[in-house]
Design a protein around this ligand. Structure first.
Ligand code: GLU
Length: 485
């Protein structure tokens, strides 16, 4: 019988969502959704030392912004709760005691001092345990228990043979059992280690697919021995390769801050859209069957399959992400874009009463990151100091001789306009060019320079005049004429 697919995203609340974590969450989500399954959120907060205030909210907000809606979780409940590990902490000890009964685990009474002394021996300098308590006689155990000597519970690894499993991405992996440590399952305070809790949680929550970073690959044989000891079905493992960053010298190394932003919220602050980030991250390690690149989340839910995941490390390419972002921006309606761009537009124009929708319209096709916006529209709020050389342009056939004549002609035509809108401005300037027998550009260029003070602007003369309004436009043209005289 095949079980209903259940995946879980199990973040530790560290206050930061690295793109690697987000990719794990996305793949968990997509594996569930592509197979009609359930996507579970479990908060792994037992490592109290790493606990950060407000960190759980970062997880909720990220999933929400990214559109990865979970079907069960701490905030919405479900049949397999609690969904916060610290609320499950009394569940684990009975499972460990069961393993002791079955001879798959044992109590270890070794003192801190003894374990520290072990570190001073050559064999255990790098860690590990000499299995001192593995075969204590029962009377000895009973005596220590009666004395109340604190103990941990350790997993009893097989001393020979090997453990093999198949990972969906990395294929068959075999580990000699002699290399597996008798790892601690339950600490002296009675609470589980991560290595024990994740197995118990995944099983008791009915998880069918475990997706996580490949740093867990080497621990998986230990987990599988636990599943086997309990007689539980081993989940399908999907270990994901590292995400790398491109170094200046052409090499790559694990993606970190020196490559650029690595957190979801930081990428949003850099001006990337959540949908573009998700689309890009989906392709960081997964290859669709055809060469499609732009996917909505709904399309990903249909197209995603585990066999398209690659085991070679993916390189996070900020330029490629920016390309995706530009494509997403272009595909928006101008209203949607205005909404996304508004904070950046307002940053540049402050409380000046310009039409943000019109500004958005001239920005949309040329914007690849929202953060580019303030600098390219700064001239609306305040015209920069500019050199009169800007009026000279070869392609538009303008020079110091004709520029003042053109600008004055534009000024005269526009100053008598009773209505001021895009179409009227457009027709007036085109007709003027015809009347003067010059290229459109010869009329438009000096006008645009005069009202913007910039060689490069989003939008042309007509759009900028329209947005600035009659009074401000005429004022700027007067100043331009003065500069040219
Ligand atoms: N809490 C672990 C982490 O954030 C999850 C690992 C797993 O998915 O099993 O790395």
């Amino acid at each position: 019988m095949t079980r209903k697919v259940r995946t879980r995203y199990a973040p530790s609340p560290t206050g930061f969502m690295h793109v690697g974590n987000l990719r794990t969450a996305l793949y968990e989500y997509l594996i569930a959704k592509s197979q009609g399954g359930t996507f579970v959120l479990r908060i792994e907060d037992t490592d109290q030392e790493r606990y950060v205030d407000g960190a759980v909210d970062v997880i909720y907000n990220t999933l929400k912004t990214a559109g990865l809606k979970h079907d069960e979780g701490p905030d919405i409940g479900g049949d397999y709760g609690p969904y916060v590990q610290s609320e499950r902490k009394d569940m684990y000890l009975p499972f460990a005691e069961k393993l002791i009964e079955n001879g798959k685990a044992y109590r270890c009474f070794c003192s801190k001092e003894r374990l520290e002394a072990l570190r001073n021996t050559e064999e255990f300098a790098q860690g590990g345990y000499d299995r001192h308590c593995r075969d204590l006689p029962q009377e000895e155990i009973d005596k220590l228990l009666a004395e109340g000597v604190p103990y941990v519970i350790r997993q009893k690894m097989p001393l020979d043979g090997e453990t093999t499993f198949t990972d969906s991405v990395f294929g068959e992996i075999t580990a000699p059992n002699s290399e597996l440590q008798d790892q601690i399952l339950i600490k002296t305070d009675g609470y589980p280690t991560y290595n024990f809790a994740n197995v118990i949680d995944d099983h008791t929550m009915g998880i069918t697919h475990v997706v996580r970073g490949n740093e867990y690959l080497s621990s998986t044989p230990k987990y599988n021995l636990l599943y086997e000891a309990f007689g539980w079905e081993i989940p399908t493992y999907v270990h994901l390769p590292l995400i790398m960053g491109q170094n200046d010298d052409g090499t790559t190394s694990k993606l970190s801050k020196r490559h650029g932003s690595t957190g979801f919220e930081d990428l949003i602050k850099d001006g990337f859209l959540p949908q573009a980030i998700i689309n890009y991250i989906a392709l960081l390690g997964w290859c669709p069957k055809d060469n499609q690149e732009i996917f909505t989340l709904a399309e990903l839910e249909k197209a995603f399959s585990i066999d398209g995941i690659s085991k070679s490390p993916a390189v996070f390419d900020y330029n490629k992400l920016e390309w995706f972002n530009g494509e997403y921006i272009k595909a928006m309606s101008v209203q949607e874009f205005e909404q996304a761009a508004r904070p950046y537009i307002l940053q540049a124009i402050g409380n000046k009463p310009f039409d943000t929708l019109k500004i958005a319209a001239i920005l949309q096709q040329r914007t690849t990151k929202l953060t580019q916006i303030p600098a390219v529209i700064d001239f609306f709020a305040q015209q920069p100091e500019y050199s009169k050389d800007l009026f000279v342009n070869k392609k538009s056939k303008t020079n110091f001789e004709n520029a003042p004549i053109m600008l004055k002609a534009v000024y005269d035509e526009l100053s008598v306009l009773e209505q001021w809108n895009h179409d009227i401005l457009h027709d007036t300037l085109i007709n003027l060019a015809v009347k003067l027998g010059v290229k459109n550009g010869t009329v438009m260029w000096p006008a645009r320079i005069a009202v913007s003070g910039k060689a490069v602007t989003p939008g042309g003369a007509v759009e900028i005049l329209d947005i600035l309004g009659k009074k401000e436009s005429l004022k700027r043209m007067e100043q331009g004429l003065q500069k040219l005289s």
